[in-house]
Write a protein that binds this ligand. Structure first.
Ligand SMILES: [Zn+2]
Length: 308
């Protein structure tokens, strides 16, 4: 049975149009209607069945939510009402340290400050305008963004060295939001939320501190996965069998990361390599996945895989 996975992050009633791009309840309802016109929406049992090569020829779609965001708990009632299910992949550092992950600090800052304000600030501190950007690369990597937004994102993510970026985001974050602990508690799932998800077999790991695992030493990458499994097991009472690799793109995963995840007892892993998982092309530790923004395009180009 072929398997399509669709990833989501934020779930909010509305979007401010910058920094954070949530799926709204109405958009999720429409997405599910569209997906259901072609595929059965399944759960973890279906992922495991696909990975072990069993099952029918029926095509299955899996909805995933990354990052362990508290607002995702509100999808449960909606999905229950629609008679479908999803998988939720949580990073564990925010729970232990009550911190906000760097990636989310950036989203939150970008939601409050315009790209022009950010560019001016980065100019003052890091001479942003002197950098020569590869416009073609930017247009591919950030195809949903405006030209200045692409540059700001690329500069923050890839031009600034990690130490400077961390210092900059931490300073800006505290100036705008104050206490990191309060922001963390509002943003991420609680231990109780994790217990609810685990009790329904909807919980997987997103590793510990949301780092691109392939860029770490083998020992560090192993620690990131193992620690997250220990924390989730302690907090929720169940050890997850699936992982969604942080970032998940080509530079964030590797054959060695997949092998490590498998050695640690995980049975499947989601990347962000775009695509459909066919039976003939089945890599349980490196499952392809698409972004919710691309659902319409994928539905259009995969008619042959329709189960109806
Ligand atoms: Zn993530």
């Amino acid at each position: 049975m072929p398997l399509l996975a669709v990833n989501h992050h934020y779930f909010r009633a509305s979007s401010t149009g910058q920094g954070i791009y949530p799926i709204t309840p109405d958009a999720l309802i429409s997405e599910i209607a569209l997906l259901r016109s072609r595929w059965r929406i399944g759960g973890e049992a279906d992922i495991l069945q696909f990975c072990h090569g069993g099952g029918t020829t029926e095509a299955v779609c899996i909805l995933t939510f990354d990052d362990g965001l508290k607002e995702q708990m509100q999808t449960l009632a909606l999905l229950d009402k629609l008679g479908v299910t999803a998988m939720y992949f949580a990073p564990t550092a925010p729970l232990l340290k009550r911190e906000v992950l760097d990636v989310h600090k950036l989203h939150m800052i970008r939601e409050r400050l315009s790209d022009a304000e950010l560019a001016a600030d980065l100019q003052l501190r890091f001479n942003f305008r002197a950098h020569v950007f590869d416009e073609q690369l930017l247009s591919i990597q950030y195809r949903y963004d405006e030209p200045l937004s692409r540059k700001v994102k690329y500069f923050l993510n890839f031009v600034l060295d990690p130490v400077a970026r961390l210092e900059w985001t931490s300073q800006r974050f505290v100036e705008i939001f104050g206490s990191e602990q309060a922001a963390s508690e509002a943003l991420y799932m609680s231990a109780e939320d994790l217990r609810v998800l685990a009790g329904r077999h909807l919980l997987g790991t997103h590793a510990h501190a949301h780092l691109p695992l392939a860029t770490l030493s083998a020992t560090h990458a192993r620690q990131e996965i193992e620690q997250s499994l220990d924390v989730l097991e302690n907090l929720s009472g169940q050890r997850p069998v699936g992982i969604s690799y942080p970032f998940g793109g080509q530079s964030a995963v590797s054959a060695s990361v997949f092998e490590t995840a498998k050695e640690l007892g995980l049975q499947y892993g989601f990347t962000m390599e775009r695509g459909f998982n066919a039976d003939s092309d089945r890599y349980p530790m490196a499952l392809k996945r698409i972004d919710v923004n691309d659902v319409k395009a994928w539905v259009d180009i995969t008619p042959a895989l329709s189960s109806k």
